[in-house]
Design a protein around this ligand. Structure first.
Ligand SMILES: *Cc1c(COP(=O)(O)O)cnc(C)c1O
Length: 418
């Protein structure tokens, strides 16, 4: 329990906050409290000038020369090296490229291939949670269907069932580190260790972890990882994702999307495919440079602080939010689905409400932007780089007002993107 109980206490806390200066690195409109950085991060101030530079000078003036002179060609690796420290990866182990869905496909294919060439050749299942983000499951099912070699995806219904499901038929344990709905954070080290002891490989999705919680892939013994840059890393809408292949697996890393960017000599235009050495083999084809370039503006901000400082504030913000919601909205049917245990919590707080969609729509109309996920879940993401303690106080005051007055419309039409 924190001692904060008045808005003035929150303001005082903001004044002591070592991260408070970083809010000025983002352009957020006045009059809104943005609690959706877990879905689309806010725009770094630097992004506008960078976009202008890429469009006007690099593309407009220097045209095709920019692949070399502006470093476009190396951008996936350069950004990967810049992102690496945030997830406990080394230089030369990460590329920013493609989408999370595609990178997961590559990582899973490579993991199955590693098993097929080794002691795990007879193993046939990819184990994951039914509550995983659907695209992860869709991609795994798509891959197993197309491989047509008897692989299948095994879905478990609870966290407790994971260890036993990683049996002698399990080739890969594929998990999302922080659950997108509940904010539950897995113990990556323990589960990776368990997978290895059982003869399986561990593939992690860091979509809700990178930039949100400290991650140390090497210390955790993970095998492969993927994640988004447009969520907590503030890379921009639809910005390319990342994939991590540790040095120890790079020589054996092979995936089916062998486009020319994963070739050892893309401009040799030769007939046979030969994979690039190192992390370059995780690429596929030409990247969306405009979008890719902006990822750097998000990463730059992280270099002014540490994940430890971000984590400390994230837990303080989520603790405060949970405490204020539970104390001031006690008479309403709200249910916390995010773990209270710090070790198991990501950087969000989710509450169920029977009219969750309508309440969230009312919140958004009043300037408190969170989002809604089926079933009944109101999701509030906390991004310590630009969210203040006073924001938390104000958001809860507005939530309480909406609930007390039942100022939400349960018949309103739903938008395509919730
Ligand atoms: C956001 C998210 C994705 C998004 O995948 P895209 O290919 O970028 O659309 C995938 N997996 C998880 C777990 C996510 O949270």
């Amino acid at each position: 329990m924190t001692a904060v109980m008045t808005r003035a206490d929150c303001v005082a806390r903001d004044q002591r906050d070592p991260l408070r200066a970083l809010r000025a690195r983002f352009d957020l409109p006045d009059g809104i409290i943005y609690l959706d950085g877990n879905s689309l991060g806010a725009r770094p101030r630097a992004a506008l000038a960078r976009a202008q530079e890429v469009v006007s000078r690099e593309w407009g003036q220097d045209l095709i020369k920019s692949w070399n002179t502006a470093g476009w060609f190396d951008l996936p690796k350069r950004l990967g090296d810049r992102l690496a420290p945030l997830i406990g990866a080394k230089a030369g182990e990460v590329v920013v490229t493609d989408t999370t869905s595609l990178n997961l496909f590559k990582a899973l294919a490579a993991a199955l291939q590693l098993q097929a060439e080794g002691a795990g050749a007879a193993r046939r299942t990819i184990v994951t949670e039914r509550s995983n983000f659907p695209t992860d499951i869709y991609m795994a099912e798509g891959l197993t269907r197309w491989l047509d070699r008897g692989y299948r995806v095994r879905l478990v219904d609870s966290i407790e069932e994971i260890p036993a499901a990683v049996d002698d038929d399990c080739a890969v344990l594929m998990l999302t580190h922080v659950n997108y709905r509940t904010g539950y954070q897995h113990d990556m080290a323990a589960l990776s260790r368990h997978a290895h002891a059982a003869g399986a490989l561990a593939v992690w999705d860091l979509a809700h972890s990178a930039g949100a919680v400290p991650v140390d892939l090497h210390a955790a013994g993970a095998d492969f990882a993927v994640g988004c840059t447009y969520k907590y890393l503030n890379g921009g809408p639809g910005a390319p994702a990342f994939i991590w292949v540790p040095q120890r697996h790079q020589a054996a890393f092979s995936h089916p999307l062998t486009g020319w960017w994963s070739h050892a000599q893309p401009f040799a235009m030769s007939h046979g495919f030969a994979a690039a050495d190192g992390i370059g083999r995780a690429l596929c084809g030409t990247q969306p440079v405009l979008s890719l370039a902006l990822v750097e503006c998000g990463l730059e901000v992280f270099e002014e602080t540490t994940m430890a400082a971000i984590r400390e504030k994230s837990l303080a913000l989520t603790d405060l939010f949970i405490e204020l919601v539970e104390s001031t909205c006690r008479k309403h049917p709200l249910g916390l689905v995010t773990p209270r245990d710090h070790a198991r919590r990501g950087s969000q707080a989710s509450f169920t409400h029977p009219h969750g969609y309508a309440v969230m729509a009312a919140l958004i109309r009043r300037g408190v932007i969170g989002d809604y996920r089926e079933p009944e879940i109101m999701r509030f993401g906390f991004t310590p780089l630009y969210t203040s303690f006073a924001d938390v106080w104000d958001a809860v005051a507005i939530l309480k007002d909406i609930l007390d007055r039942e100022a939400y419309d349960t018949r309103a039409e739903r938008s395509a993107v919730t």
